[in-house]
Design a protein around this ligand. Structure first.
Ligand code: NAD
Length: 674
């Protein structure tokens, strides 16, 4: 199917959309089998106040669905992820029913019934007769293009496909299909709605299997073809370099063999090479090993499997981009958040280099003729930002950190991408300034990836240089002539907070929380965190002592009371508007970070320092306190920053840092020496 209308611009921050409808009050899910109840649980967890209808044609799935939701809630309570009052609200107002008439007041209906075109058409004809004319109606089909399901509807403009990934209550992505019949307002609303309720929506074109399942289904199908040369475990093992779990392990989890047969048969409309492997029909469960297990895998066999699975991965990736099914940004991102890839396909290609990718594609063409080959030069598939989205609003560039799977944590590459956008537009007269924010409603940025740091523990000079290198973005920000505002939309922790405090001004949502948790790992915030806050907001010194030395989190209100946050607002939309206004207010009035010494009062270190219930290392706390004092006494900002880098180098040589970082990597509580 050709792309007849321009695809909705998806590699943008969906929360910048001003929706033309409110959040729904009543939602129906049609089909309470494997995935329907999971979609229901996600919706009730995100919007506990809604009325939810789970509709099925049989009693049994409805009974199972009710038990499943109760089980999820109980698990969330047991793991202290949900409070009792929310749990009650989540389980309240759910109707498990066989009576379609109950859904008449629904604002949104999501069909998740058996994968069958006539059945889905019948369901939608029935739904359309019951619900109001504005109700949005969607299908969770894994593979069927929207026109085949919805073209007989009286009002197709309010219909589309919203494709979830298992487990749908937790998995972040939802593909929203931008098909010809759907109204732009509906596609735009759904794009906003899913982001607003905690998902990471991706817009794709209306082709068989949409975007991400084209990768997943063919990855699994190719693995099944390889079974004539290798065992299930050998194939899973060889793919572990790229995915957290191999194709057969995942197929078992998802009961996926019939799905691959069905979806690949549909893809055969594009060519016989998509034919499902015959073995998929004769096997119920695969004999797999747990990911990470030891498996005997000779190097030459490993190489052959690797070439073949990469061949299909690259082929599908090139094809998706060449046909405009989705964007490079979303494909790279989606493979990681939906399919368990450790890196996006274009990252794998970049690491390998052009020559190696060409070799794999040539070999793949010989072994599996018919599959798509790249239509553009290698470099054109690499030319995009992996971790940030860049939007424009009233002449202001909005930079959104998009790593919701890691609470928008920073890394060297994220920093480089931010820096490149700032550098690119600093001198552009059409750009008035910048806003930096995080994707979603929960986190601005929850810190920085631990990256190469563990290998530097114990090496003072390397650690000092590491922080100096990491500070490139911040040092550039300090010199910027154009306003830069941090729009803090939730948690701003550690390295994330060190970016926010270097912006010329901070605005925040009321749920924002600010914290330097480094000391709980036996280290300190080395990228200016120990010195910059004191220079910018000296009135907050005693609070900063506690934040840095004792890991104390502060609320948006506390941050606002000391002047660190200029404005607090209720929601994301207001946040961005306020941030854009602040950019305009700051024009020609940017305050640079004060030079000279700062009076920061006394720092008292408790005999047994604690961060909440976590005992801290007295040695580490003393180094942090000394760094703060020396930084405040420094005669210039650059001297103070240097002191901060050195403080980091010193703390990196302590036993506390070694223990803190090891504990973090081993996911345990650190045991610091007294
Ligand atoms: P399933 O077979 O487990 O459940 C389907 C349910 O639909 C059954 O409970 C069945 O009784 C019910 N049903 C059948 N006819 C109905 C009707 N007329 N009205 C109401 N309910 C009816 O299927 P599933 O795995 O939950 O998949 C549902 C849909 O979601 C399919 O289109 C599938 O392709 C898609 N999907 C599934 C997954 C997954 O992980 N299971 C992932 C993405 C998309």
């Amino acid at each position: 199917m050709d792309n007849k209308k321009e695809l909705y611009p998806t590699a943008h921050n969906p929360l910048l959309i001003k929706p033309r409808r409110p959040l729904p009050n009543e939602i129906a899910i049609i089909g309470a089998g494997t995935i329907g109840p999971d979609i229901g649980y996600y919706l009730k967890s995100a919007l506990p106040g809604i009325k939810l209808f789970l509709v099925d044609v049989a009693e049994k799935p409805l009974q199972n669905a009710e038990k499943r939701l109760e089980g999820y809630v109980q698990k969330a309570i047991d793991r202290t992820k949900m409070k009792q009052d929310k749990a009650e609200a989540v389980l309240k107002n759910i109707s498990y029913t066989m009576d379609y008439d109950q859904i008449k007041a629904c604002d949104l209906v999501i069909e998740a019934a058996t994968e069958n075109i006539p059945l889905k058409q019948k369901i939608f004809a029935a739904v359309e007769k019951i619900v109001g004319k504005d109700t949005i109606i969607t299908s969770n089909t894994s593979s069927i293009p929207a026109d085949r399901i919805f073209s007989k509807m009286k009002h197709p403009e309010r219909t589309t496909i919203t494709h979830f990934f298992a487990p749908a209550w937790r998995s972040l992505p939802v593909e929203v299909i931008d098909w010809e019949g759907a109204g732009r307002e509906v596609v735009e609303y759904l794009f906003w709605f899913f982001a607003q309720t905690g998902k990471a929506p991706i817009i794709t074109d209306n082709v068989i299997c949409f975007m991400l399942d084209r990768v997943f289904d063919n990855w699994c199908n190719e693995a099944a073809y390889l079974l004539k040369d290798a065992s299930v475990s050998q194939i899973d093992k060889a793919t572990e370099e790229y995915v957290f779990a191999g194709p057969f392990f995942v197929l078992n989890m998802a009961n996926g063999n019939p799905i691959i047969i069905e979806t690949n048969t549909l893809q055969m409309e594009e060519g016989a090479h998509y034919k499902p492997a015959a073995i998929l029909a004769s096997v119920d469960r695969w004999l797999t090993h747990r990911p990470g297990s030891k498996v005997d895998l000779p190097d030459d066999l490993k190489g052959a499997i690797r070439d073949r699975v990469l061949g299909i991965l690259f082929s599908q990736s090139f094809d998706i981009i060449d046909r405009g099914i989705g964007t490079k940004e979303d494909l790279n991102f989606g493979c990681q958040i939906a399919l368990g890839f450790k890196k996006g396909p274009f990252d794998v290609m970049r690491e390998m280099g052009e020559g190696e990718v060409a070799r794999i594609m040539k070999k793949f063409q010989e072994e599996r003729p018919g599959f798509p080959q790249p239509k553009e030069p290698f470099s054109s598939y690499q030319d995009f930002k992996r971790f940030i989205l860049v939007d424009e609003m009233e002449g202001v560039k909005i930079i959104t950190l998009r790593r919701p799977q890691a609470m928008n944590a920073l890394s060297d590459e994220v920093n480089d991408e931010i820096l490149s956008v700032l550098q690119q537009h600093e001198r552009d007269p059409s750009v008035e300034g910048f806003v930096i924010t995080g994707y979603g409603n929960n986190a601005f940025s929850a810190g920085a990836d631990i990256g190469k740091f563990p290998s530097m523990l114990g090496d003072r000079d390397a650690s000092i240089q590491y922080t100096r290198d990491c500070a490139k973005v911040q040092v550039f920000m300090d010199r910027m002539q154009k306003p830069l505002v941090a729009a803090v939309n939730g948690l701003a922790l550690g390295g994330g907070l060190e970016v926010a405090i270097r912006c010329h001004c901070m605005v925040a949502t009321r749920n924002a929380r600010f914290q330097f948790p480094e000391i709980t790992l036996g280290i300190l915030p080395g990228i200016g965190g120990c010195v910059v806050p004191y220079r910018k907001w000296p009135q907050g010194a005693s609070l900063f002592h506690e934040m840095i030395c004792l890991g104390r989190p502060i609320s948006a209100k506390e941050a606002s009371d000391i002047g660190m946050v200029r404005k607090t607002v209720d929601d994301y939309s207001q946040l961005i508007q306020t941030a854009v206004r602040e950019v305009k207010n700051l024009k020609g009035r940017i305050d640079t970070i004060p030079e000279g010494t700062v009076d920061i009062g006394e720092i008292t270190i408790p005999a047994e320092p604690m961060a909440g219930k976590q005992p801290l290392s007295r040695e580490a706390v003393s180094i942090a306190a000394r760094t703060i004092k020396e930084g405040a006494a420094a005669k210039s900002l650059s001297d103070a920053l240097e002191i901060c880098y050195i403080g980091f180098g010193e703390i990196a040589c302590t036993e506390a840092a070694r223990e803190g970082i090891s504990a973090f990597l081993e996911k345990r509580r650190p045991q610091f020496q007294k």
